[in-house]
Design a protein around this ligand. Structure first.
Ligand code: SOE
Length: 383
């Protein structure tokens, strides 16, 4: 069987999630090709060599340009911070390597468009890491919508609530630096809501945003792993240059109305992503922290039976679920990465378009930029 060799750039939070996905795809899915764990890349030689050993890579590189130039790499997976995406992707496309890139695709829509055009011109497969599209219960939501079960959609109401920086003593990690991350809650977590909104309802016409940075200075720090930091220097402070919270109202091209709230200041909420969709025939509700379930309300049920029905999306008929365990034996966060990587391997193996691709990443960046602009100018902005 064909083996597609991975060159993974980054070995922290997303690097761990993606390398685990490579192995699980081979183990649980009948994909058209296997993934080879060829090389993992990071600047710190000692740390990346340990990661290579732990995650099961054959080798490691300390310079991403060297990695991209290797003849034994078929695709490049970018999990480095946002400010590196463009340069890496442009070189990978020039070398005709397929590219998987974490979200948000780029620092802004201009960069994202450049990446999309370069990838298309090179004829490579390209995909963005909007992993929540691959939750079986969200696929079911899409199916119900496409089958007309919800009818005409009037509302999309979405929240992404986290609290990992609510403590003012939490240090100035790279995700709080605009030069590295591009933006804060907007690009990091609103991006997911925007992608889901586009996936389920289609494009957004205009937005009205409101953003806030509640804590403007934070202690400096050495290292970050996942959402934890080490080596905090509480005597030196630096400026937070991104939004802590980003809210916006939206009008979809379909005429539906949307409200979006993304914040890192919702005490008690760890990864509280949820949405509700209301239509002429019914409603759908999803909460990530109960990700195996979907709530569905059908207006056409006899009135004495009406109520939200809880569907467990773990049957073999639910996308991806049959590749795992018997019904009711639930899956978790890491499985979403396995599913997205499975789809990417299929696209690379048979030359079909991957989805969500760099065009979707670009469309998301256009909306993120419009929200930033609207919040800064305190006006509605057309996307
Ligand atoms: C941090 O806010 C983060 O890990 C995001 O970067 C991810 O994309 C999201 O899935 C969970 O939260």
């Amino acid at each position: 069987m064909q083996v597609l060799n991975a060159g993974l750039i980054g070995y922290k939070f997303m690097g761990r999630a993606h390398s685990n996905a490579f192995r699980q795809v081979n183990h649980f899915f009948d994909s058209k090709a296997k993934i080879g764990l060829k090389s993992i890349c990071g600047r710190d030689g000692e740390a990346v060599s340990k990661a290579a050993l732990k995650f099961g890579f054959e080798s490691y590189d300390t310079d991403w340009k060297t990695l991209i130039k290797r003849d034994d790499i078929d695709f490049v997976d970018i999990t480095a911070p946002g400010n590196m995406h463009r340069e890496i992707a442009l070189m990978a496309a020039a070398k005709k390597k397929h590219i998987f890139c974490e979200k948000p695709l780029a620092m802004n829509a201009r960069e994202a468009k450049e990446m999309w055009i370069a990838a298309e011109a090179a004829g490579i497969r390209h995909q963005v890491g909007f992993n929540y599209r691959f939750v079986p219960a969200i696929r079911l939501a899409k199916r119900l919508i496409d089958e007309g079960k919800i009818g005409t959609i009037y509302h999309f109401r979405a929240l992404y609530l986290q609290d990992w920086i609510v403590d003012p003593a939490f240090p100035l990690v790279w995700r709080l630096d605009k030069k590295i991350a591009g933006s804060g809650a907007n690009g990091d977590i609103n991006a997911h809501l925007i992608d889901l909104a586009r996936y389920l309802l289609g494009d957004i016409e205009r937005v009205s945003g409101l953003q806030k940075t509640f804590i403007k200075k934070r202690p400096m720090v050495d290292m970050m792993d996942g959402l934890r930091a080490t080596g905090v220097d509480s005597s030196t402070y630096g400026d937070v240059t991104v939004d802590d919270a980003s809210l916006f109202l939206a009008e979809f091209k379909s005429g539906a109305l949307g409200s979006f709230e993304a914040t890192r200041f919702a005490s008690g909420r760890k990864n509280g992503m949820s949405f509700e969709i209301n239509g002429s025939n019914g409603s759908i509700r999803f909460e990530f922290e109960r990700m195996n379930e979907l709530l569905y309300y059908n207006n056409e049920d006899p009135s004495y039976q009406r109520g939200f029905k809880l569907i467990s999306a773990t049957e073999p008929e639910h996308d991806y679920a049959g590749n795992w365990w018997p019904p009711g034996h639930i899956i978790g966060y890491e499985h979403t990465f396995v599913h997205e990587m499975f789809e990417f391997v299929q696209a690379m193996a048979d030359g079909s378009n991957a989805s969500p691709d760099f065009k979707d990443g670009y469309e998301c960046c256009r909306i993120l930029d419009a929200v930033d602009k609207s919040a800064a100018e305190r006006e509605w902005v057309n996307v």
